[in-house]
Design a protein around this ligand. Structure first.
Ligand SMILES: O=C(O)C1=C[C@@H](OP(=O)(O)O)[C@@H](O)[C@H](O)C1
Ligand SMILES: C=C(OP(=O)(O)O)C(=O)O
Length: 426
């Protein structure tokens, strides 16, 4: 049960490690030569699934403490045939990137996940990998888990991706790392580029030319030290909370500022939020900064086009912000939301409506009219971490009690979320 926050949200939060970067640091460390030490790792359920899969592939991975991980790399050819199923849990990033890494392994692997993963489309990765000669089988012609992969000798491809997806791009590039010749992926819009940046940190030459990324096969990765910045997708919940809860002032430390991820900042700025940036570290492989947010008067805006991949995971919390903005907010070009942990167009619209929002679903997004007072109700995360955190922030401004079902889902990307929220309610 959550209560309306009476005195505003006040304080400083160190944002936990970036999920996308944490996954990649373990995966790339596993296929590198030598040791990789990861600092600022996110011990969220999804990243723990990645660790567990790579341990089953024979990699020695040690949690030194909650946020420090040591990976003893086995090199590109060093993975071992797993004796057990590779269970990715709830994590789309784990299964799709893993498929790329397994593309050249001359053994058999079986991949499964939870109920949500079983509904998420894998053809977007299966298709290009098959073009590279990988043997993949699975339900509905390889579109859904359980999936079975037997890697082989792959050949590079020149692939035009129909979707702006970092998971698709990364899977193909990782397969291309071991393929004959060059592999090129061209996207319709720029998706997050953590794979490109991190492969370079591991000593791999990656060519980036606008929306086109190329990699030559046969390059080895060298173990390295990875510093994971805070996850802007996690910070987003407190950025919006600080803006919409009256009398708030929140400082978020060490938030990742990779430009392929900062669409939420552009949107909040355009909506009129007061944000201040300090301690900027712009020269890192993954830049970061501290962000202060104060209660702000927001206005509705239109969000679509190339901005969507730069804020795709933030749309649930942006929808909540829009309920507190004057005027209409239109979110379009975001049909990808339908294939996330839940159909996030439907879950956002249904849960926010239960709390009194004026919001309707469209084919590729939603239309929200504000500003609307919210009221408490029984709502659910539906097992989707981002929906759980969004309704928890909504409960801070709702009149009366809110009951959140399946709130434990937040541990997928932000295990300390409720502790941090309580910490701010002084
Ligand atoms: O590559 C990644 O780490 C991710 C890419 C995005 O998915 P898509 O590649 O499906 O767009 C994002 O929604 C997901 O949370 C993490
Ligand atoms: C979509 C997400 O993750 P994944 O695709 O890795 O399950 C997310 O974290 O919002």
């Amino acid at each position: 049960m959550e209560n309306i926050v009476t005195k505003g949200l006040q304080g400083t939060i160190v944002i936990p490690g970036d999920k996308s970067i944490s996954h990649r640091s373990v995966m790339f460390g596993a296929i590198a030569e030598g040791q990789t030490m990861i600092h600022g790792f996110l011990p969220g359920d999804d990243c723990l699934s990645t660790i567990s899969c790579f341990q089953k592939l024979g990699v020695d991975i040690q949690m030194i403490d909650d946020h420090t991980v040591l990976v003893n790399g086995r090199g590109l050819q060093g993975l071992k045939e797993p004796t057990d199923l590779l269970d990715v849990g709830n994590s789309g990033t784990t299964i799709r990137l893993l498929m790329g890494i397994l593309a050249n392994t001359p053994f058999h692997s079986s991949l499964i996940g939870d109920e949500s993963i079983a509904k998420r489309p894998m053809k977007r990765v299966t298709n290009p990998l098959r073009q590279m000669n990988v043997h993949i089988d699975g339900r509905d012609e390889g579109n859904f888990t359980p999936l079975v992969i037997r890697g082989g000798k792959t050949s590079g491809i020149d692939y035009q991706s129909p979707v702006a997806s970092a998971q698709v791009k990364s899977a193909i590039l990782l397969a291309g790392l071991q393929a004959n010749g060059t592999t090129t992926v061209t996207e319709p819009a720029k998706s997050r580029d953590h794979t490109e940046r991190m492969l370079q940190a591991f000593g791999v030459n990656v060519q980036v030319d606008g929306l086109k990324v190329s990699i030559d096969g046969g390059q080895a990765l060298q173990g390295t030290r990875i510093e994971v910045p805070g996850d802007i997708s996690s910070a987003a919940f407190f950025l919006v909370a600080g803006a919409i809860v009256p009398q708030s002032r929140i400082v978020l430390k060490k938030v990742g500022m990779n430009p392929t991820r900062t669409g939420i900042l552009d949107v909040l700025h355009q909506m009129g939020a007061e944000l201040t940036f300090t301690n900027k570290h712009e020269d890192e492989a993954e830049p970061f900064a501290d962000i202060e947010v104060n209660t702000s008067s927001l206005k509705g805006i239109e969000i679509g086009g190339d901005l969507i991949p730069r804020l795709i995971d933030e749309i649930p919390i942006i929808a909540l912000a829009a309920t507190q903005a004057e005027g209409v907010t239109v979110i379009k070009d975001a049909a990808e939301l339908k294939v996330k942990e839940t159909n996030r167009i439907d879950t956002v619209v249904n849960e926010l409506r239960k709390m009194g929002a004026d919001i309707e679903a469209t084919n590729d997004g939603m239309i929200i009219k504000g500003k609307t007072p919210l009221h408490g109700n029984t709502v659910s995360s539906h097992g989707d971490h981002r929906i759980g955190m969004m309704v928890a922030i909504a409960s801070c401004i709702a009149e009366g009690q809110t009951v959140i079902e399946q709130k434990e889902a937040v541990a997928v990307s932000y295990p300390q979320f409720f502790n941090h929220l309580h910490q701010l309610q002084v």
